[in-house]
Design a protein around this ligand. Structure first.
Ligand code: ADP
Length: 446
């Protein structure tokens, strides 16, 4: 096992990784920008190194700085968390070339899944149904139009290198195609440095269902059930829950086994998530995330398994001790993402936290790196915490979440807690029948 791990991230996930390391008995190194000198992860890690100025490109994305920090502190492995360099194949390669272990999959797998066109082809060839779409990249307006007419409108133009819900364009009328296509390509170029786009049939009422998977260096692969992340705004997740209120035990076993088979055939190592759309009883592969996800605690709460600890053990070469027989799903879990944003306009609200109180009690978990007196810097993602609750049933879980939302106090900055308070009163959410378009439509009529 590693003696020391460097965490190439910040915020709640940096803290989450420190917690896992401490329980296993691994020393931690936090890296931070000058804006994060007072971060909780910096305080709690055994050592810390400043890697640059506030701008992420000069600090959390600064590969030479991070590798140097690992070398001077004698870290053996690097955990990338989520976001930043977590899905950067070049970083994974450089980490290994410099003699450290990358806590994540092989660089080739990151490459393969990072290109969504290639990812879909791979998934299809390994037996997963995919969202009906163009056969790879769409190179011209004519080709795109021809596909749209053949498949039937509406269609969705997506960036091959896209992420974070950015760079997607829905087309409902063929006259809109040309302009949308050109805008999509230039936006993809500007945001991701790659103007490759592809087209998918736009599904009108699907759920976003994702399967947590794990592989090791010894050819073992498992699935840990699904998370329903259909409560979204601008293609970004707002609430996540597991198990999904609409997936039967038989369907879970079927799609989970299929997902684990794909991982096994790929020789995939580490944690991953297979994201799918689910409509009219059918699953369609959308993409695979080759890292730990924000919403991993949902799975941890219903399985009792520390996914970060598993990532570390697998990276160290240990075989997975989890298998179909010893993974038990218990009860229901829901996570809400608390963003420092105006709950009406969603404009970020950085600043100093003057009052802070977290909820507690049975089945309650609060993953966050904020504290009273802490100043949320304006440079990074506005998600500042996650409230996760567990209950024996979905109903118990919802009641617990409502109680916890009213117990939570964050003063000094605006947060999305009032939005969550509202979501947990909505009929459609309570019924479990909501789809990926529900929240946005509902907000428009609020
Ligand atoms: P990203 O990597 O940018 O998050 P995804 O491919 O995961 O992109 O898609 C993000 C979200 O966009 C999905 O969760 C879903 O809500 C929506 N979406 C993606 N593809 C489709 C589709 N073909 N039809 C309808 N909605 C889609």
């Amino acid at each position: 096992m590693f003696k020391k791990i460097l965490i190439a991230n910040r915020g709640e996930i940096a803290l989450r990784i420190i917690r896992a390391c401490r329980e296993i008995g691994i020393q931690t190194v936090a890296v931070h920008s000058t804006a994060d000198a007072n971060a909780m992860a910096v305080r709690l890690a055994d050592e810390s190194v400043c890697i640059g100025p506030p701008s992420a490109k000069d600090s959390y994305l600064n590969i030479p700085s991070i590798l140097t920090a690992a070398a001077v502190t004698g870290a053996e492995a690097i955990h990338p968390g989520y976001g930043f360099l977590s899905e950067n194949a070049m970083f994974a390669r450089m980490v290994e070339e410099h003699g450290f272990t990358f806590i994540g999959p092989k660089a080739d797998h990151i490459d393969k899944m990072g290109d969504k066109v290639m990812a879909k082809k791979t998934a299809l060839s390994l037996g997963l149904p995919v969202v009906p779409g163009s056969d790879g990249a769409v190179e011209s307006v004519e080709e795109g139009k021809a596909f749209a007419l053949k498949a039937g409108l509406p269609v969705l133009i997506k960036a091959a290198s896209g992420g974070g819900g950015k760079g997607m364009k829905v087309i409902r009328k063929i006259e809109e195609f040309e302009e949308a296509y050109r805008t999509a390509r230039s936006e993809a170029k500007a945001n991701f440095g790659d103007d490759t786009v592809y087209i998918e049939k736009y599904l009108e009422a699907p759920k976003h269902i994702e399967i947590q998977v794990f592989g090791d260096h010894h050819g073992n692969a498992i699935h840990l059930g699904e998370r329903d992340c259909s409560t979204q705004r601008r293609h970004q997740k707002v609430v996540e829950e597991g198990p999904s209120p609409v997936i039967s035990h038989a369907d879970r076993e079927k799609i989970g086994t299929l997902a684990a088979d794909v991982i096994r055939k790929m020789g995939y190592v580490g944690a991953g998530t297979i994201e799918m759309l689910y409509e009219n009883g059918e699953f369609y592969f959308m993409e695979m995330n080759t890292r730990i996800q924000v919403e991993h605690p949902v799975t941890e709460m219903i399985t009792g398994i520390d996914l970060i600890a598993e990532q570390i053990k697998v990276a160290a070469g240990e075989p997975l001790t989890l298998n179909k027989e010893n993974i038990r799903f218990r009860g229901h879990a829901i996570e809400i993402r608390i963003n420092a944003e105006d709950p009406q306009t969603f404009i970020p609200s950085p600043g100093k936290i003057t009052q802070f109180h977290t909820p507690g009690g049975l089945g309650v978990r609060f993953d966050s790196a904020i504290y009273q007196g802490y100043s949320i810097p304006p440079y990074y993602d506005s998600m500042v915490g996650k409230l996760i609750v567990h209950g024996r049933t979905r109903e118990e879980c919802i009641n617990r979440m409502r109680r916890c939302i009213t117990e939570t106090v964050v003063e000094g900055v605006k947060t999305t807690l009032p939005l969550h308070h509202w979501i947990f009163q909505q009929e459609e959410f309570l019924s479990g029948e909501y789809n990926i378009h529900w929240l946005e439509k509902k907000l428009a009529t609020r």
